[in-house]
Design a protein around this ligand. Sequence first.
Ligand SMILES: [Zn+2]
Length: 469
Amino acid sequence: MATTRRVPPYFDAAQSARAAADVWSGTWLSAEAIAERARLRLLSLLRFARAQVPLYRDLYRGLPPSSALSLAELPAVSKSVLMADLPASLAVEVAPAALEAFIADPSLVGTPFAGRYAVWTSSGSTGVPGIFLHDGAALAVYDALELLRFRGLSVAPLPAAPFLAQERYAMVAAIGGHFAGIACVERLRRAHPLLSPFARAFSVLQPLPDLVAQLNRYRPTLLATYPTVAEMLACEQRAGRLKLSLEELWPGGESLGPAARAAVAQAFGCRVREAYGASEFLSIAWPCRHGSLHFNADWVLLEGIDSQGLQVPPGVPSQTTLLTNLANRVQPLIRYDIGDSTTLLPGRCPCGSSLPAIAVQGRCDDVLSLAGRDGVPVKLMPLAVATVLEDDALVHDFQVVQTGPRRLLLRLGPAERPRAQATAAALRGYLRTLDLGAVRLELGAEPPCRDPVSGKLRRVVCTAGARAA
Ligand SMILES: [Zn+2]
């Protein structure tokens, strides 16, 4: 299939310039003109997917012609359906063993798979880890959306622009895996080696004092990280151990509550800007200067649905959200369940953009605080704990509950129980790298439990009163 049509290159200046021109011109269009762009892109995507992608060819068999279909008439797809037969979700033939080998090699993060495609993996927070391929045309669109809408740059730049603004960009995340954010930093560093000292990734899995020391040496002006990490770094900044002079802090991947946001902004004396992105579409929405989160409706469609699969009206939080990626052809996502609750906000934003505004209710795990060897509490970032279990123990259906200053409870889903000993060993191995006193790790007999109040399944939880003082 790949041989019969032109596949966009992984990195190409002309392709980037075209995407930038498109995004620039689309930013201030009327709502009707944005909807028309999206309609034409959807029609083209549907025709392509029905012709080239086995998953959609089978799923849409017997449906009317694409031009006679509305989005709501199409069946939704889920991550578990896509991952159950990954080759069927692709428009190109890929050897599963080659893809597996690529993902298993951390030295390849940010490099193109098969010379053409970005491969991003997502955590299994909804039970199944995801693998997503993006072509160069989609990457060019994501770059343009980041630069022209999120960053608000006023020129149509090439992807080197983040470095040309004399900024130093730090991302603190789980490095070593092919996660979208890290893979993008590495991709830009590889494309612009001379400028690579101005963008660096730092591991969230190392002890906090080491991370603080590295950040102090690097002196970033822009910092992207998970909200729980931002909160911990804000504590370090307030205590005077971290000495950063940030212009902006970009939390992502989890949701940041208003109180935590205010605390982080105050500690660093900088703007805190939360975008909304995913491994399925890197730049879904961006915050404007009025604080509205506008989604890029010319390149991504979002449908908030209720538990019956019906679209919810504006102003009502959805049960989940279906995403349609209009930019990517190598692994088309059409009415794909992204698992987040979103609310389409009614009315027009005073910033003048016709791009619709949304609110997102994301995940909310807890920071753990265990008793340290010298009595000083040691904080554990939930993402670090989850990454250790996913990457080292290869389990996804788990819950780690802090039940006391020196006690953790590990719960595993039925399918993961045979890996209980290996999982406990991986967690103990991680705990040993921290400056902790003795910590008792128990294996719970029950599977992961939902929060009785919110109904959410949180994977890293600290029960009331369990935190080390
Ligand atoms: Zn706005």
